[in-house]
Write a protein that binds this ligand. Structure first.
Ligand SMILES: [Zn+2]
Ligand SMILES: [Zn+2]
Length: 884
């Protein structure tokens, strides 16, 4: 073992963490390979966006994954943590466009190819930033295998999936209502729309009959879309309107004549029972339009202005047009009434602009056939959610799923592998541009301009990263993966899509467990957000307090599915914990200096306290391992903390000090052996949480044994099971604790020795204390312990405490100097008498009581009451002490 002189006084994360991480990298400890001697354990990282910066959510998510992977690696699994990043179409493209805007150029100015060149350049420059940040956290990802959703292999997987689904008729191209973002200028999927309640209105508008009289009244929250109405509809069972069906009405402001149709979809009880039908701007109206063969009339431009089919409104922003339309209707006497109305408005998840439901020619995935087996797999437990309650979100989303719009009007992403014949318009889906059109023989084609939704590629992540569609050894060995770790907010965005994609393409679920954690909130429990400016930068914490302290603060209090608050005092606690362990370790090294510590000692030479801590170590190994198996990371860490801090440092070390300080004391070797055995195992158990600190400790404590991260996870030693000694030591600890409490509650200075009396009618208990006299005396600072089977001769002024099967007493005279105390009490009573006299005089003075405000008088009366009370208790105490 190294000399204590070569061991630093404290652990300095700033210096140590970088050095240790590069050692791990150099030695290749993170690399996992298929190994049939071992069981596989696999986690795929939720790939962070290349535009991302490490935030607290990432820090938590990745710390959890690192804890799990380090633990399983130590347990002897071939543990693969597959890393990588996501190309994040919308976010990245927005960044490039923004940068170009500063140069005064647009996408169209430079064209697709030059734009992509810039995007790749940007990726090279900034895309690796988040990976470097994950390394600072200590993440033990297999970086040799790092993937990127746009890399060659993953692009191949995306193309393969697109072609397969198309050939199975599960992907189609068609005009459907999609969510259009007028700022991002692309379609977005249903899952990317966030709903927020907003104040709006219901405008009731009269559509007159052709002769200009009467008519029907419809209500709408988006009056600007009326310019695209191509019918009004009633329910076929609605007697009120039976004779209207088949007649026409005039669409106000346009003069267009539109029919009244009957459709079951219309709710008779809603509003007037007549609804306007705008097939180009509403998903339900679109369906009705298909059923009745109505014209689909889009009235907007891509940036949500009214288009050239809207007459005088052409060119106006949708909201400006809304205002003008309402006032024009009012002027013409066609606005029947305006009702205030709260409703949910869909917003783009990326830019928060209100999305416009709009008809558009896009590519879709047919969801029903894919959702069914994915629902079944979770119902049958092939994949389990932890905590279980989150399966409800999953079922709810999967059971109500609509076809998934996967095409995006962006350039940064996987280009849709579809080609259109210039002559006959035929669509050919293939991995390369076709040579010749099978229908017309033309040789001219153009590729679809769109790219695929980013989630289309991340849905394949668990198997595409392992080499799919190729049959690789990695795929064979590491797939299906063991667990996916994610926050609850992307269950449907991502988790659901991975499950149905995996089942469709690999025939297996992508992971056996989904461990859902909550989100990190600020100290006051608010979400961390840019607008509140309450985010905390994890890198700053790593810089000042080290990655271990950050990890400690994130896992402390973590429990599956629950949100947690980020409290700076937890980081502080992590630092203190590290110091405590470091000091305990140095204490051991100091005492072990120059001693050869054997690998084993004879059981007969172990003392009760040794047997107690060895048994407790066994308990801890069992419990921590069990907690990790149930994803109770926070509970496991709390147990480790309590064991190391209290049982090992505060108790065991104190218990063995007398054996250590006397170099010729019997059983000194045993004490050193146990100190080391327990510390070594505690370090191993703590390693997944605080990898840097434990690596440094292990390198000194177990010099020559290699890295702790590839050491073997502690196992319960069946021969270290001493229940009787545990009871004995815990009884003594309990008595010690109680004597200490009495001392501190009575302010007894440490220099003052006291005597204790243990009374019990239980022979076993009496024996325990007979054997433990020295132990309790030393730890509780006693000069004597008397052991008795009854309380004869114990003064009734003695302070007493109940212990297991007995009582303990400390004579009052031992705790305090009675004469001195009587003297002090006398003085105190005299002083209080003076105070009472003073206040009483004041209150008897009519000048004071009549002039002073009531509050001041009350205050004086309150004082008087308090002084009298104090005098009362001092007098009782004096009487008691006089009897001693
Ligand atoms: Zn947007
Ligand atoms: Zn053709």
């Amino acid at each position: 073992m190294p000399s204590i002189d070569n061991i630093p006084k404290a652990f300095e994360p700033k210096e140590a963490e970088k050095r240790i991480y590069s050692e791990w990298m150099e030695k290749g400890y993170f690399h996992a390979v298929p190994d049939n001697e071992k069981k596989p354990y696999t986690i795929v990282i939720p790939p962070p966006n290349i535009t991302g910066q490490l935030h607290m959510g990432h820090a938590l998510d990745n710390t959890i994954q690192d804890v799990l992977i380090r633990w399983r690696r130590m347990q002897g699994y071939s543990a693969l943590w597959m890393p990588g990043t996501d190309h994040a179409s919308i976010a990245t493209e927005a960044k490039i466009v923004e940068a170009m805007a500063k140069e005064g150029i647009t996408k169209d100015d430079i064209g697709r190819e030059a734009f992509l060149e810039r995007a790749w350049q940007w990726k090279e420059e900034y895309g690796g930033r988040i990976v470097e940040q994950l390394k600072r956290l200590g993440s033990s990802c297999d970086w040799e295998r790092e993937r990127f959703t746009l890399d060659e292999g993953l692009s191949k997987a995306v193309e393969e999936v697109f072609i397969r689904l198309y050939e199975k008729d599960l992907i189609y191209r068609g005009e459907r209502i999609i969510n259009w973002c007028p700022v991002c200028l692309t379609s977005i999927s249903d899952a990317e729309v966030e709903y927020e309640e907003a104040d709006g209105a219901f405008w009731h508008i009269r559509y007159p009959f052709e002769n200009g009289t009467g008519g029907v009244v419809v209500a709408t929250t988006r009056p600007e879309t009326m310019l695209g109405d191509t019918a009004v509809a009633v329910n076929p069972g609605d007697d009120r309107y039976a004779d209207l069906v088949g007649r026409n009405v005039v669409l106000p402001l346009t003069g267009r004549v539109i029919p009244v149709i009957a459709d079951d979809y219309v709710d008779m009880d809603f509003g007037t029972g007549v609804v306007k039908i705008t097939p180009a701007h509403d998903p339900n109206d679109f369906e009705i339009g298909l059923r009745h063969d109505l014209e689909i009339l889009d009235v907007m431009t891509d940036d949500a202005r009214m288009n050239n089919k809207t007459g005088k409104y052409a060119g106006m922003d949708r909201y400006a047009a809304r205002k003008l339309i309402v006032s024009d209707l009012d002027e013409q006497g066609l606005l029947v009434k305006t009702e205030p109305h709260k409703h949910n408005v869909g917003q783009c998840y990326r830019c928060s602009t209100t999305v416009e439901p709009r008809v558009s020619l896009q590519w879709f995935v047919k969801m029903k056939p894919l959702a069914e087996p994915a629902i079944k797999a979770v119902r049958e437990g092939e994949t389990e959610f932890i905590p279980e309650r989150f399966d409800k979100i999953y079922y709810n989303w999967m059971e109500n799923i609509r076809d998934w719009c996967i095409s995006r009007q962006l350039w940064w992403g996987h280009r849709i592998p579809a080609y259109y014949c210039h002559s006959c318009g035929k669509t050919i889906v293939a991995s390369e541009m076709p040579d010749i059109c099978p229908d017309c023989g033309s040789t001219r084609f153009s590729q679809d301009e769109g790219t695929l939704d980013t989630w289309f590629s991340s849905a394949l992540w668990p198997f595409s990263t392992l080499g799919w569609p190729d049959k690789t050894d990695e795929l064979d060995y590491f797939y299906p993966t063991s667990v996916l770790v994610t926050a609850y907010d992307i269950i449907f965005f991502w988790v659901a899509r991975m499950i149905f994609s995996a089942i469709e393409h690999t025939g297996e679920v992508p992971f056996k467990s989904v461990f859902i954690h909550g989100i990190i909130r600020d100290e006051q429990g608010r979400k961390m957000s840019k607008s509140l400016n309450n985010g905390i930068d994890p890198l700053e914490i790593i810089e000042t307090s080290g990655a271990d302290a950050l990890r400690y603060s994130l896992i402390t209090g973590n429990s599956p599915g629950s949100d947690q608050r980020f409290l700076p005092m937890k980081v502080e606690a992590g630092r203190n914990f590290a110091n405590k362990i470091w000091n305990a370790f140095r204490f051991f090294m100091m005492n072990a200096e120059g001693y050869e510590i054997p690998d084993e000692v004879a059981q007969k030479d172990l003392q009760p306290e040794d047997k107690w801590i060895l048994t407790r170590m066994n308990d801890l190994i069992g419990e921590v391992t069990g907690n990790l198996e149930r994803f109770e990371l926070g509970v496991a860490l709390a147990k480790l903390y309590n064991f190391i801090w209290e049982e090992y440092c505060d108790w065991y070390i104190e218990m063995v000090k007398s054996r250590l300080f006397d170099k010729s004391a019997p059983y000194r070797t045993e004490a050193l052996y146990v100190l080391k055995y327990v510390l070594e195992n505690a370090i191993k158990l703590l390693h997944p949480y605080m990898p840097f600190l434990t690596e440094e400790l292990y390198s000194y404590l177990c010099e020559g044994k290699g890295s702790v991260m590839i050491s073997i996870w502690p196992e319960v030693r069946k021969d270290y099971d001493f229940p009787d000694d545990v009871i004995l030591v815990q009884t003594l600890m309990d008595a010690t604790r109680k004597i200490r409490n009495i001392r501190s509650s009575m302010n007894v200075p440490p220099s003052r020795k006291v005597g204790a009396i243990i009374v019990s009618s239980d022979e076993q208990t009496l024996n325990t204390f007979r054997n433990g006299t020295a132990f309790v005396s030393r730890l509780a600072n006693l000069d004597s312990i008397r052991i008795a089977c009854n309380n004869e001769g114990i003064p009734d002024t003695a302070i007493t405490e109940v212990i297991d099967k007995g009582e303990l007493y400390i004579p009052l005279g031992d705790l305090i100097d009675i004469d001195k105390e009587l003297e002090r009490l006398k003085g105190e009573i005299t002083r209080i008498d003076e105070e009472i006299c003073r206040v009483e005089n004041k209150l008897m003075n009519a000048e004071f009581t009549s002039k002073a405000p009531a509050k001041v008088v009350e205050k004086e009366q309150e004082k008087l009451r308090k002084f009298k009370e104090m005098k009362g208790s001092l007098t009782v105490r004096m009487e008691l002490l006089s009897k001693v």
